[in-house]
Design a protein around this ligand. Structure first.
Ligand SMILES: [Zn+2]
Length: 68
């Protein structure tokens, strides 16, 4: 699946809201419960929401912004 240019909405998830473990697509390691992180929701495909470490998402946005 190639990168999408669909708009995405980024929500912060506070530690007290993070009740489950998720796998970050940026580094493919687990985001432990109770960790501050971000949830990224494609505007037109909200079922495809992903959870990212804050730093991994920052790097991803930079990577996308810089193009190929
Ligand atoms: Zn990560």
């Amino acid at each position: 699946m190639s990168g999408t240019l669909d708009p995405e909405i980024v929500y912060p998830v506070q530690p007290y809201q993070a009740a489950k473990a998720y796998v970050c697509p940026g580094c493919e390691t687990t985001i432990a419960p109770g960790t501050y992180h971000l949830v990224v929701v494609p505007e037109f495909e909200p079922d495809l929401r992903r959870h990212w470490h804050h730093g991994c998402w920052y790097k991803e946005t930079r990577r996308r912004g810089e193009g190929a």
